[in-house]
Design a protein around this ligand. Structure first.
Ligand SMILES: Nc1ncnc2c1ncn2[C@@H]1O[C@H](COP(=O)(O)OP(=O)(O)OP(=O)(O)O)[C@@H](O)[C@H]1O
Ligand SMILES: [Mg+2]
Length: 295
């Protein structure tokens, strides 16, 4: 894992003007991530300033957003080249600018995450380091359970409203291709045991992370049952699908709409299946991209 310095960060949507580095109080767990800002200075019209509402892109109906307080976890699916990594980085960038501590497991070696991400996130490129990360997450889940129980709070927002000097930061665990991390095909017995351990922690976080501000943002070309534990998939209620065949589209958004409505050569076009009750069934949106230098 690589630690990053706490320094003012440029806006994701413009290359001028750093964000306000103040505003977030220290995490009582002593997070090395540093204090993040809930405020964003000089933000453009595209970025939601509401607490932990992240903007994915725009459809003809307007900006497409996700509120991590209600949709705690996100699954991004689509075939190769559909734009998953670009969208993942857009989401993570905003989460970091809102003060989240972000971990990225990238079993493709980290080449898609250039210096900005490597300096501002915890990165892991192999199973052993990722298991260390997940052990830290498991401990943090337990720690937050105790903190919230002892203070009679039912979620992180209540806790942070009560303890303004010792706010808890939201954490996001991102994996750019979950199949590369969890596929047991052809693996040794020892490696399979490690994959089982990683799957178990991801399942725990998917089930219990929401109230404690612990979020999963997972991307994959292959979300089938062999690589994606059922408990993880069933607890991710905000799902986004890019270009896909009808099977992939059905697995991700429970309909074949992405296969039917997103053209075969499209990059950065996505459809949603969220649990907000909005009718997004026929809405294709274009994801945002980060400017050079914000990657
Ligand atoms: N919103 C967008 N607008 C324009 N181009 C885009 C957009 N999103 C992605 N692209 C283009 O599509 C290319 C592929 O995107 P990306 O690497 O995110 O795909 P992917 O789904 O992660 O593929 P893989 O599964 O192989 O990793 C990018 O290099 C970029 O050029
Ligand atoms: Mg990718």
């Amino acid at each position: 894992m690589k630690r990053k310095p706490n320094k003012p960060r440029p806006e994701p949507w413009s290359q001028t003007g750093p964000t306000d580095p103040g505003g977030g109080a220290a995490d009582p767990g002593g997070s090395a991530f540093g204090a993040g800002s809930e405020k964003q200075s000089g933000a453009t019209a595209n970025v939601s300033l509401e607490n932990f509402v992240l903007t994915l892109g725009e459809s003809q109906l307007g900006p497409v957003t996700v509120d991590l307080r209600t949709n705690a976890h996100i699954l991004l699916g689509g075939v190769t080249g559909s734009g998953k990594t670009v969208l993942l980085k857009v989401l993570l960038r905003q989460a970091i600018d809102k003060g989240a501590k972000v971990y990225i497991a990238d079993f493709k070696g980290g080449v898609d995450f250039k210096s900005w991400f490597r300096e501002n996130c915890y990165m892991s490129y192999d199973m052993d380091t990722t298991l260390e990360t997940l052990a830290e997450w498991e401990n943090e889940l337990d720690r937050r359970k105790t903190l919230l129980r002892d203070s009679n709070c039912s979620n992180i927002d209540e806790y942070n409203a009560m303890f303004t000097e010792t706010k808890l930061h939201r954490w996001a665990f991102a994996c750019d291709e979950i199949a590369m991390m969890l596929d047991k095909t052809g693996q040794s017995k020892e490696q399979k045991e490690k994959i089982d351990k990683a799957s178990a922690v991801l399942s725990l976080l998917a089930c219990q992370g929401r109230s404690f501000g612990l979020h999963l943002i997972l991307a994959t070309q292959r979300p089938d049952a062999n690589v994606m534990p059922a408990q993880v998939r069933s607890n991710i209620d905000y799902r986004v699908c890019g270009r896909a065949d009808s099977i992939l589209s059905s697995i991700i958004i429970d309909s074949t709409a992405a296969a039917e409505l997103i053209p075969k050569n499209a990059k950065g076009l996505f459809m949603l299946n969220d649990s907000s009750g909005r009718d997004t069934s026929a809405t294709v949106f274009k994801s945002y991209i980060l400017p050079d230098g914000a990657n």
